[in-house]
Structures are given as C-alpha cells and as structure tokens.
Write a protein that binds this ligand. Structure first.
Ligand SMILES: [Mg+2]
Length: 123
C-alpha cells in the first residue's frame, strides 16, 4: 500500500476525529519520552514516539490536504511552510548570536550554566 492508501484506509476505518485524538495521544507520548531522555533514560522510546508522531502527522496532513483540495483546489506546499518557519528560526538564531534578544529565550542549559547549576564541559 502507498502512504496515501494507508491514510485513506485509516480514515475510513477510524474516522477523522479519532485520527486527531491519536495525534494528540502520540504527541503526549513523545513529550513523556523527551522527559525520560532528559532524566538519562535510553533514546529508544524517543525514537519510537518520533516515528509514531510523524506517522500521525502524515495522516493529518492527508486529511487537511484533501479537505483543502475539495474546498478550493489549493495544494498545500508543506516544504514551503516548513522552510519559511526554518528561515524565521534561522533569523532568531542570528539575533541570539549577536545577543539582540532578551533573556526569556535562553536555553535551559545556558540558564543552568549561567546560574551555576551545571559546569561547562571540561576539555
Ligand atoms: Mg506512541
């Protein structure tokens, strides 16, 4: 089966609302896996949950694309949206590099180093 065929069959079998619920559920499992990795546990469950979320995102994209096409004929260019967001993030990184943004956007690790809770890695 192609990915589109799997998406179509999943929607026919479970319905659109259920697929949104599954995306929510898989996102929550991904969040839990992230917390466990931060506590030093293996990345195995994180890898599995990333795959689960990606598969649900694929299905939700399929739902959105097909609704959008039926309604307007407009084809969503996911790569264009992703690249636009990535460009914005790149600009944020550049701003941070020159220390032109305020403290609330510091990373957790940087905050911990600045507050002396963790030390810089020894060479
Ligand atoms: Mg899962």
């Amino acid at each position: 089966m192609t990915n589109d065929e799997i998406c179509r069959e999943a929607i026919d079998e479970f319905g659109i609302n259920f697929q949104y619920d599954m995306l929510i559920e898989e996102c929550s499992e991904l969040i839990q896996a992230c917390v466990k990795v931060k506590r030093g546990m293996s990345t195995a469950s994180l890898i599995e949950e990333i795959a689960d979320v990606e598969n649900m995102i694929m299905q939700i994209k399929y739902i959105i694309e097909n609704k959008t096409r039926v309604n307007s004929g407009f084809k969503i260019d996911w790569n264009e949206f992703r690249n636009l967001k990535l460009k914005r993030f790149e600009q944020l990184l550049k701003l941070r590099k020159f220390e032109k943004i305020s403290a609330p956007y510091r990373t957790g690790e940087k905050i911990e180093k600045e507050e002396g809770r963790i030390e810089d890695e020894k060479e």
